[in-house]
Design a protein around this ligand. Structure first.
Ligand SMILES: *[C@@H]1O[C@H](CO)[C@@H](O)[C@H](O)[C@H]1NC(C)=O
Ligand SMILES: *[C@@H]1O[C@H](CO)[C@@H](O)[C@H](O)[C@H]1NC(C)=O
Ligand SMILES: *[C@@H]1O[C@H](CO)[C@@H](O)[C@H](O)[C@H]1NC(C)=O
Ligand SMILES: *[C@@H]1O[C@H](CO)[C@@H](O)[C@H](O)[C@H]1NC(C)=O
Ligand SMILES: *[C@@H]1O[C@H](CO)[C@@H](O)[C@H](O)[C@H]1NC(C)=O
Ligand SMILES: *[C@@H]1O[C@H](CO)[C@@H](O)[C@H](O)[C@H]1NC(C)=O
Ligand SMILES: *[C@@H]1O[C@H](CO)[C@@H](O)[C@H](O)[C@H]1NC(C)=O
Length: 518
């Protein structure tokens, strides 16, 4: 319940040995949240000079704070000086700020008679006074409210925690470097019907790195008390954080500016694959440097591609951060168009047979190219599928008819494409993840959330905050169409490419994916 970190040893010691009397009031229309009066700080006697100075400081605070929402002051001679500081929530008006600080100043005086140090929190402001200069000292002394632990729990706690933590961490950076009022608000769609709202705020007398430290502790505390609750807040002297499932703050900020898909379409790269003739793209740098036939073997040599394969990006947390939705979109559509070229646009019909994230290479511009045609088969003009006794694909990406009967076709590549698409959206591996350890495949997991209307929980939060929900839902829909059990139900790559395009097209409802037990 109580923790501190400080750059000031003196104050740490002081806080460490003091005990607190915490007066906690219910929240409600009256927005007093909490008062804490220090027990071990210097006590003052009634009607002393200190009390007099305290009254002066508390009287001053409302007007000086309302100017910008934060200020501090002090008054008095040595041994009776009083320091005061007040902060208003970043979204409140000057008059609401003043009213709040006025109320808070009166109440803190009454709540903490004779105590030399105290802090009071209201919903819209906080007031702190002390016998010593607390300006620029960063001390984390976080508290959460009783009300927090009485909040109802959310149903998907693991996911909820991931999302709310992501949001608060993101906001903590934004606020720390917001020179104007060190305040940030934001929201993130958690599911189709639920949005998490949060704010983060610091007193403006501490430095960004102290802010981040303070908030890290606060988020940890918040996790301890209310990570699975529908709301919670941690109050401390220098930093506050709060999240709710409703918009509790006043400013509506536009956090992500979804680009229209039409615009992006222009930017997205044309395809890849040097198989056959890569001439559709007038880019000499990128075509295969050699292509020939030696005996039975078809050789295809690519220019060196500097960046790594897709799996390295999507399954590595740090690298994944480089993948914004724009990039993901262009990678997905790059693979789709590459595959379309292999299946339908090249002179020969080529079935890749081992499409997976590690076979998708990304160049320095993050343009996707399908690679490793070691298992590819060339089909004759009227050939639609083939059978092999040597099944050699990669577990997790293989269509069921191929894995079980050795039957492969363009539709088995479509299946693998669907798996890749779902992996990119979720940031999870189709095999070898904790899901499979629990006997659930990524496909079943996607299917379940899809049916429950919880598509946004499937998406990786890193992607979510930066992408329009409708696109994530559409892409998940397309992914599920591709991984349907019956190859005949799966769309062709030309359908997929148009579905990914800027014009909305009607998508059939997906049937149960392959490998789902339930
Ligand atoms: C200040 O007063 C409170 C309440 O009377 C008391 O509990 C506390 O021990 C006092 N602190 C000091 C440092 O004397
Ligand atoms: C703080 O208050 C003083 C008056 O005591 C005022 O001159 C100053 O502009 C205020 N600062 C801010 C940032 O509001
Ligand atoms: C929020 O905005 C409304 C309308 O602009 C205003 O009346 C209200 O006082 C604001 N609330 C706060 C806390 O500033
Ligand atoms: C309180 O400390 C701050 C930061 O060290 C300093 O700038 C300020 O002048 C001090 N106030 C007084 C009244 O000494
Ligand atoms: C690989 O891609 C990342 C992300 O776009 C980029 O920052 C990096 O410079 C690229 N590396 C090379 C070797 O091109
Ligand atoms: C995360 O922070 C950045 C700025 O630091 C902002 O542009 C982005 O919209 C934020 N995302 C969310 C979901 O808050
Ligand atoms: C979040 O959900 C709201 C309401 O459902 C919707 O209007 C908004 O576009 C969604 N935002 C994102 C980024 O998907």
């Amino acid at each position: 319940m109580f923790r501190m970190t400080s750059s000031d040893a003196r104050l740490v010691m002081f806080l460490f040995i003091m005990s607190f009397t915490v007066l906690s009031t219910q929240t409600g229309p009256d927005i007093h949240l909490k008062t804490f009066c220090s027990n071990n700080a210097l006590n003052y006697t009634r009607n002393s000079a200190f009390e007099n100075n305290l009254k002066i400081v508390l009287k001053r605070l409302p007007s000086i704070t309302s100017l910008t929402g934060f200020n501090y002051t002090f008054f008095g001679e040595a041994s009776a000086e009083v320091y005061g500081q007040a902060l208003c929530r970043g979204d409140v008006s000057s008059s609401a700020c003043r009213t709040c600080v006025e109320k808070a100043s009166k109440q803190i005086f009454n709540d903490c008679i004779s105590r030399g140090e105290a802090i009071i929190w209201y919903e819209l402001c906080q007031v702190h006074y002390s016998f010593q200069n607390m300006t620029s000292l960063s001390v984390y002394a976080g508290k959460y409210l009783d009300r927090d632990s009485k909040e109802k729990s959310v149903s998907d706690q693991v996911h909820f925690l991931k999302f709310s933590k992501y949001l608060m961490t993101n906001l903590s950076n934004e606020a720390a470097f917001n020179p104007f009022n060190m305040f940030a608000t934001g929201k993130i769609n958690f599911s189709r019907s639920k949005t998490i709202f949060a704010h983060v705020q610091y007193t403006r007398d501490i430095r960004p790195h102290e802010c981040l430290k303070c908030l890290k502790s606060a988020i940890t505390d918040l996790e301890g008390c209310c990570s699975s609750r529908k709301g919670g807040m941690v109050l401390s002297r220098n930093c506050n954080v709060r999240f709710e499932l409703y918009q509790f703050y006043n400013v509506s900020k536009h956090l992500s500016s979804p680009t229209s898909r039409g615009k992006r379409g222009k930017k997205s790269p044309s395809i890849i694959t040097g198989i056959g003739k890569p001439k559709r793209r007038h880019n000499n740098r990128r075509r295969p440097v050699r292509c020939g036939i030696e005996g039975e073997e078809k050789l295809l040599i690519y220019e060196f591609m500097p960046n790594k394969s897709l799996d390295v990006f999507i399954f590595d947390e740090a690298r994944r951060e480089q993948l914004d939705w724009e990039t993901c979109y262009s990678i997905i559509s790059g693979i789709a168009r590459g595959l379309l070229y292999l299946h339908e646009d090249s002179r020969l019909r080529i079935i890749h047979r081992d499409l997976k994230t590690s076979n998708v290479l990304l160049d320095h511009e993050m343009t996707a190219r399908i690679s490793d045609f070691g298992m590819a088969r060339i089909f004759g003009e009227n050939q639609n599928n083939a059978n092999t006794r040597r099944v050699a694909g990669t577990f997790g990406y293989m269509a069921p008819e191929y894995a079980m009967e050795g039957l492969f076709s363009a539709k088995s590549d479509v299946f693998s494409f669907g798996v890749i698409l779902l992996e990119i959206l979720s940031g999870r591996r189709s095999s070898g993840s904790y899901l499979t350890q629990r006997g659930q495949t990524l496909l079943t997991y996607a299917w379940r959330l899809w049916n429950e209307g919880r598509e946004m929980e499937f998406a990786d939060p890193l992607l979510m905050g930066r992408s329009p929900e409708i696109e994530i839902v559409t892409f998940m829909h397309i992914g599920l169409l591709c991984v349907q059990e019956d190859p005949a139900d799966r769309p062709t790559m030309s359908f997929v490419v148009s579905a990914l395009g800027s014009e909305p097209i009607a998508l059939p409802l997906p049937k149960k994916p392959a490998y789902s037990l339930g």
